[in-house]
Design a protein around this ligand. Structure first.
Ligand SMILES: NC(=O)c1ccc[n+]([C@@H]2O[C@H](COP(=O)([O-])OP(=O)(O)OC[C@H]3O[C@@H](n4cnc5c(N)ncnc54)[C@H](OP(=O)(O)O)[C@@H]3O)[C@@H](O)[C@H]2O)c1
Length: 408
């Protein structure tokens, strides 16, 4: 193993030049591993607005995304001044002092944008499917982020470069969409006859539309699905054919009919939300039966907070008069009492298999390899935003690793 390289960002609290300035930090790996510790070679990872949200909320007290992977201690960086934005990716265990984990194992999890990641692993919290990174400094409900999945026993593992790439892009977003749709369907869609989804070009949003449309095609629901998006993303969003109608933010609300609406807010844009809620105050606009906050794509790396929405609430109770929060772990806990674990696994397996076929044409995959190239790709996104038709797959290695058997 050689030294490590990591893509680091300044913590806003460090009050350095600018929190969106990325730096590649070079550090050493420990000469000797403490007990129950592994070194993961981070082969490659996906990057989307979800990661920008992690970055923007890196120091936000409820989320603390910068406290999952400490930044390296170097001349330029330290855990106090810098943060590592968590990323979902594939890696290979290349060294282990843990008796139940061996070198060579392929894993998937909540990794860091670096070449290597050194993490402790709980001595007892290890099973055939996964093991866990103990993070006692973070709240217990972060457990899903601490899980590292063992691909050899993962029913969702889709082998091959394409399968792995699509997994990195969709897995973190699709399950939010899936369990959100399951939750609102369990409430009879609250009597809605139509869904209005903001940031409709975002993967979280269009996966939600996809799942509602599937429900409809099975004859279990009868609702319209309308996407709200920015002017530049209208063509892409229409091209997905996942929405019945796509409406530009600027022309909202002209194209809307008189329905019972569920509003799914993926944009987290206060100005847009104000317009949406004002529109539905008029009885002629139909009725807003439910509004749920699901994302914050409006956030930029330097956002203090894109929305006044109170993310700090721990329960999915109504937020003020309008927005409600969907909290996936809470709903999954309810489902675990209603359905057997094997039923949940079967449902997930079916949904995932369908997604892995259906999602192939949705976005074009773009691979970027090498530290400077990844830094440049990040800088482009920080200054110009995401192209929704691109699935970004990055690696700090000069050539993208292929997961299984990737060379050191
Ligand atoms: N609640 C949860 O547990 C959970 C789980 C997963 C994801 N999420 C959240 O869902 C959101 C969507 O994530 P994603 O990864 O699905 O997004 P994505 O596919 O990367 O979508 C990016 C979209 O963001 C919008 N956008 C807003 N400001 C932009 C700008 N300055 N430049 C370019 N695009 C901009 C655009 O959509 P429009 O033009 O259509 O607005 C763009 O297409 C994130 O906030 C993420 O954190 C939440």
């Amino acid at each position: 193993m050689t030294g490590n390289l990591s893509l680091c960002f300044q913590r806003p609290s460090a009050r350095l030049i600018s929190p969106d300035k990325a730096v590649i930090a070079a550090s050493e790996l420990p000469a000797q591993l403490p007990p129950n510790t592994i070194v993961i070679k981070v082969d490659r990872f996906g990057f989307s607005a979800n990661n920008i949200t992690y970055q923007a909320l890196g120091e936000e007290p409820h989320f603390r995304y910068y406290d999952f992977h400490p930044a390296p201690e170097t001349n330029e960086t330290s855990p106090k001044t810098h943060g590592l934005v968590p990323v979902w990716g594939f890696g290979t265990v290349v060294a282990s002092s843990h008796p139940k984990i061996s070198s060579g194992e392929l894993i998937y999890g909540y990794l860091a944008p670096s070449r290597y990641l050194v993490v402790p692993v709980s001595p007892s919290d290890v099973n055939k499917h996964a093991f866990y990174v103990p993070r006692p400094h973070l709240p217990a409900d972060r457990r899903p982020y601490n899980q590292i999945i063992r691909c050899a026993a993962d029913p969702e593992y889709t082998p091959g470069t394409l399968g792995e790439d699509l997994t990195m892009l969709y897995r973190p977003l699709f399950w939010t969409a899936y369990w959100f749709e399951d939750w609102i369907f369990s409430l009879g869609y609250r009597g809605a006859t139509a869904f209005l989804i903001s940031s409709a070009s975002a993967k979280t949003a269009f996966c939600t539309a996809y799942l509602i449309a599937q429900r409809r095609s099975r004859g279990e629901a009868k609702v319209k699905i309308i996407g709200l998006t920015s002017k530049r993303n209208v063509a892409f969003t229409k091209g997905l054919s996942l929405y019945d109608e796509v409406v530009q933010y600027d022309s909202f609300p002209s194209a809307l009919g008189r329905e019972k609406w569920v509003y799914v807010d993926v944009a987290g844009n206060d100005d847009l939300n104000k317009r949406v809620f004002e529109h539905f105050e008029t009885p002629a606009s139909g009725e807003l039966v439910s509004s749920i906050a699901l994302g914050m794509t409006t956030m930029t790396p330097t956002s203090d907070k894109a929305s006044t929405f109170d993310w700090g609430a721990t329960k999915s109770a109504a937020q003020g008069p309008q927005l409600e929060r969907f909290f996936m772990p809470e709903w999954l806990n309810v489902r675990k009492h209603q359905l057997s674990l094997s039923e949940i696994f079967q449902r997930q397996k079916r949904a995932w298999a369908a997604l892995m076929v259906d999602c192939v044409p949705w976005v074009r995959l773009e691979h970027v390899s090498g530290p400077e190239q990844v830094k440049k790709a990040y800088d482009n996104i920080a200054s110009s935003g995401f192209s929704p038709d691109v699935g970004y797959i990055w690696s700090l290695w000069d050539e993208t690793g292929k997961g299984v058997g990737a060379k050191l």
